[in-house]
Design a protein around this ligand. Structure first.
Ligand SMILES: NC(=O)C1=CN([C@@H]2O[C@H](COP(=O)(O)OP(=O)(O)OC[C@H]3O[C@@H](n4cnc5c(N)ncnc54)[C@H](OP(=O)(O)O)[C@@H]3O)[C@@H](O)[C@H]2O)C=CC1
Ligand SMILES: O=C1CO[C@H](CO)[C@@H](O)[C@@H]1O
Length: 398
């Protein structure tokens, strides 16, 4: 079978971030190469040029394609011939750097895969949206949980009407790794996350509640109307929230509740989604990602498992699976699924074909803007004693 037809070659990736001790940059590198459709070819792995250079060999990136900053990478890569230049830039740096790197990459004509939250604030997200709309690049946002096969199964079952009308969406993302009494407890990872200048207006709500919010949107398609939110900072001296609960009203009458915590001792990465419909309800947890529990009115409970070839999976879920049932797939696989959908669009663009920009399999810039609005309105609501704030994009911008 041809590779990335009609290009018939591997795509080339440029990575920003992912230096020693970092978390998600190396995941991007692995996920992009997971299905042999891409090679990590260039990078700037640190804000420090020496650290960037030192990191390159561990990625197999040649010294000649290792840069001291993103400006140098974009400039040099843009000058390379078509058959050498990177096809896309992945951004895995702290939040405050996303906007300038993404904007520069889009303006230079590169496709972009950016980690969440898309920018530091809503104004930046709106500005980036304009830049992207004025370009012809592919832009993806790594709310990577949308790549799990059983999440895609839930989405397709809801789209097919199996749950009936959606009544309620309950999401939670519960962690404990920032529960210590010192900002040093989480090491490098916690330092920028609890600094408003680098993290944004919210802490935990920007870092992980956005994943849960977006997951509910992705699976149900429900459009938010307004939000009432209560944020708390439990660790003394911390400048941003580390716990919070939001109640969300959706436009067609559904109600949502979302709780996020990074201070719940012993909890790891417990992202959980439950959806109630008029005909059935479903439940998924990322710590058991290969299962989807569905409870239909008047029937025994069913546990759908990731089991390709059995006829029980929806088409996109089936296409997002690699291993036979029972061999666990997880975080990397889901991340790679997101990349694969992005690669499909990058190859379409490279071959001059049209591709979808709004209703994509992967989260995109529109999801990014919604996510920033969610963060902004949750913070504003919490500051006003959980007052209801518009979450409908048009209304919120009036
Ligand atoms: N989708 C997901 O599941 C996850 C998403 N994230 C998101 O990914 C981003 C990164 O998070 P995480 O990996 O945990 O953060 P880390 O602090 O672990 O890593 C950030 C990396 O970026 C490098 N870096 C910082 N500034 C620059 C720059 N200007 N140019 C090049 N490299 C730079 C840092 O190197 P140095 O310090 O040497 O400069 C470091 O290697 C965040 O936006 C976060 O919200 C994070 C985790 C999971
Ligand atoms: O997006 C994220 C998901 O997981 C991380 C921790 O495990 C978070 O802190 C992060 O920013």
């Amino acid at each position: 079978m041809a590779l990335n037809p009609p290009l018939n070659r591997k795509l080339r990736m440029g990575l920003v971030g992912g230096g020693p001790g970092s978390f998600i940059g190396p995941v991007h590198g692995i996920a992009a190469e997971f299905d042999h459709r891409c090679t990590l070819t260039a990078g700037v792995f640190s804000s420090d040029p020496e650290r960037s250079k030192k990191a390159a060999p561990s990625y197999g990136v040649d010294e000649s394609r290792t840069y001291g900053n993103y400006e140098a990478m974009l400039d040099a890569e843009a000058r390379l011939p078509d058959d050498e230049r990177v096809d896309f830039i992945s951004i895995a740096t702290p939040n405050h750097t996303h906007y300038e790197i993404a904007k520069a990459a889009v303006e230079a004509g590169f496709n972009v895969v950016c980690d969440k939250p898309i920018t530091l604030d809503l104004a930046q997200a709106e500005s980036l949206l304009k830049t992207i709309e004025n370009s012809d690049v592919v832009f993806a946002l790594t709310h990577n949980y949308t790549g799990y096969p059983m999440i895609r199964q839930a989405r397709e079952m809801i789209q097919a009407g199996e749950l009936g009308k959606i009544n309620a969406i309950r999401c939670q993302y519960i962690q404990g790794w920032l529960a210590g009494t010192s900002e040093d407890d989480g090491g490098q990872l916690s330092a920028w996350r609890t600094d408003p200048a680098k993290s944004g207006a919210a802490g935990t709500f920007g870092d992980i509640a956005t994943h849960a919010f977006q997951l509910g949107r992705y699976v149900t398609g429900e459009l938010p109307e307004s939000v009432s939110c209560h944020l708390k900072t439990f660790v003394p001296g911390r400048r941003l929230d580390d716990y919070g609960t939001a109640v969300i009203r959706y436009q067609d009458g559904a109600i949502g509740v979302l709780t996020a915590s990074q201070v719940t001792h012993g909890r790891e990465n417990d992202l959980e989604l439950e959806v109630d419909g008029t005909l059935a309800s479903l439940k998924w947890r990322q710590e058991s990602p290969n299962e989807l529990v569905v409870r239909r009115a008047g029937q025994p409970h069913q546990i759908y498992t990731r089991s390709p070839g059995t006829g029980t999976m929806t088409p996109l879920a089936e296409a997002s699976s690699r291993l036979p049932a029972g061999h666990p797939e997880g975080f990397y696989d889901a991340f790679a699924n997101l990349y694969n959908a992005v690669f499909d669009d990058i190859t379409l663009r490279a071959s001059g074909a049209a591709f979808e920009r709004r209703d994509t399999v992967y989260p995109n810039v529109y999801d990014g803007v919604e996510g920033m609005l969610f963060i902004q309105q949750c913070v504003a609501s919490s500051e006003q004693d959980a007052a209801w704030m518009p979450l409908n994009y048009a209304e919120a911008r009036q």
